[in-house]
Design a protein around this ligand. Structure first.
Ligand SMILES: [Zn+2]
Length: 218
């Protein structure tokens, strides 16, 4: 039943947990200081959290090209018209577009699996809430869900859709969730541990300008 992407996400989640619980088997940890003893910059600066991966972001000034973002599966390539352009806004729009495309698809797929009917899907920029479900059977998502691992995205969709059957968090409700998201406890833990990174705004800055033609003695 699990597709390849879900399996990969599961393995990543497992490794991440292992890394936290047994850092010694992974060698030096990310929290190490640099050679000057300075703490590193916040981990998500100049990176993009997407589908659970913290991806590298590279910026290019290309005045003759349309501005935009291309993701190659590993790196976000951000093409800007000038250094006044805003790479963070472009990536945020990219993530919103992806969420607008993916989350309604996931909702339709899981609604069929679970056997529930919903009305409409709305994408919002909810900062304190990942998702919600209204009495009119509308499902609301924060576009930021797209930053989470695929299995966690699925869990949130399943969580909301199961509320169409049970409008509470009772035992029957969790049994239904567990039927479609067997590792939901693990996913809830991921959400708890990563909520800051998920709600954090994208922050990408241009690298310092190189001035190859200028003499260093100016
Ligand atoms: Zn709920």
């Amino acid at each position: 039943m699990a597709d390849t992407q879900s399996v990969v996400s599961d393995v990543k989640l497992f490794l991440e947990r292992l890394k936290k619980e047994m850092p010694e088997i992974f060698g030096t940890t990310e929290k190490s200081t640099d050679t000057n003893g300075n703490a590193p910059a916040p981990s998500t600066a100049n990176k993009v959290l997407f589908n659970g991966d913290l991806c590298e972001a590279r910026t290019y000034i290309t005045p003759d090209q349309e501005e935009g973002v291309a993701f190659d599966g590993t790196v976000f390539h951000i093409y800007l018209k000038s250094k006044e352009s805003d790479p963070s806004a472009l990536v945020t729009q990219y993530l919103r577009d992806k969420a607008t495309e993916i989350l309604p698809q996931k909702t339709a797929k899981w609604a069929t699996e679970i056997g529930v009917e919903y009305n409409k899907v709305f994408l919002k920029d909810q900062r304190t809430l990942w998702a919600s479900c209204s009495s009119q059977k509308n499902i609301n998502y924060s576009y930021r869900i797209i930053k989470m691992p695929l299995v966690v995205q699925d869990y949130l969709v399943i969580h909301e859709l199961c509320h169409l059957r049970f409008m509470n968090h009772g035992q029957e409700y969790w049994e239904l969730v567990g039927k479609f998201s067997p590792d939901y406890k693990l996913h809830r833990r991921w959400l708890n541990e990563h909520k800051d990174a998920v709600f954090e705004d994208i922050h990408i800055t241009l690298p310092p300008e190189e001035m190859p033609n200028e003499s260093p003695h100016n």
